[in-house]
Design a protein around this ligand. Structure first.
Ligand code: GUN
Length: 296
């Protein structure tokens, strides 16, 4: 059997269309556009590409994009001052500070300065806490995108065995919390997990987010399982060209899995779409307008 290939790019495009409808409806009701502010410190080329794509997608969805660039040697106080201004600005519904930050800045301190009700990345400890105890808050974009793909594939996740590989604050931990909320039975595995292949073999759902190219082998996958590959690893391919590969040995796993996300074009495109979703949800909340539950 060959796995169904989950087309994250097409799914994300449909999601962005729905978000654009809600963004236009918001503008009619609130008399202003929903707004996302993105702050970039320094000139990391990959970060510059991400920030540009976020800004373009924001405008395409009918929202306002506010971009701020600070030099790599800017003082941390300057960034904190910018965040304070954005917290106070009524036109700003979402604030994203692009990570990683230069080494002289304390990421925890910077994230803590963002108003949790504008923290569309879901990185603030208040939002991590809300997710952990089951309150409404912002959920990090990549794991929320993974959950949307899973629910689209499976409908209910109730009672299924899920294994998340990787325990980062941005993907692994929130992913485990979301799967738990959906009544899956969740194992959060990581680099020190004993007998990882056997742990993964039990899973109906595998989410790989470790950052090690091709680590999850086809022989680890239970036949028919759903495999989501969050890894984005640059490796040297033929002729010295770099190419992107995931954390899953795709060619092997697709012969065993029931469904699998490719890299690129699987989970990746979901991240920006969910960022736009979180921003429009924030705009509705901040204006006291109701967005139908599960609308997006
Ligand atoms: N750097 C890489 N991905 C992300 C993300 O989703 N949010 C932020 N703020 N920085 C990132």
């Amino acid at each position: 059997m060959t796995a169904r290939v989950i087309d994250g790019k097409a799914f994300a495009a449909r999601l962005r269309d729905r978000i654009a409808d809600h963004a236009h409806a918001f503008e009619e009701r609130a008399g202003r556009k929903a707004g996302l502010a993105v702050v970039l410190v320094g000139e990391d080329p990959a970060s510059e590409v991400y920030v540009r794509s976020k800004a373009r997608a924001t405008v395409e969805a009918g929202m306002a994009s506010f971009e701020f660039k600070l030099p790599a040697d800017a003082a941390e106080a300057e960034l904190l001052d910018r965040i304070a201004k954005l917290n106070a600005d009524p036109a700003v519904d979402g604030i994203l500070v692009q990570l990683p930050l230069p080494r002289h800045m304390n990421e925890d301190k910077v994230i803590a300065a963002i108003d949790p009700n504008k923290d569309v990345d879901g990185f603030h400890v208040v939002n991590a806490g809300r997710l952990a105890v089951g309150q409404h808050g912002f959920v990090p974009c990549t794991p929320l995108g993974c959950l949307m793909l899973l629910k689209d594939q499976l409908g209910s996740l109730e009672g299924l065995d899920a294994v998340v590989i990787g325990r980062s604050n941005i993907v692994g931990k929130p992913m485990a919390a979301l799967l738990t909320r959906e009544n899956a039975t969740v194992t959060l595995a990581h680099s020190r997990t004993k007998d990882l292949p056997d742990v993964v073999r039990r899973a109906d759902i595998v989410v790989a987010a470790v950052g090690r190219p091709g680590m999850v082998r086809g022989s680890w996958i239970k036949p028919g399982a759903i495999v989501l590959d969050v890894g984005i690893n640059r490796v040297e391919g033929e002729g010295g060209k770099t190419r992107l590969v995931g954390d899953v040995a795709y060619d092997e796993a697709k012969e065993v899995a029931g469904a699998i996300t490719p890299v690129p074009g699987g989970v990746g495109p979901m991240t920006i779409a969910v960022l736009l979703r979180n921003t429009v949800v924030s705009a509705y909340r901040r204006e006291g307008l109701d967005l139908p539950k599960d609308a997006i």
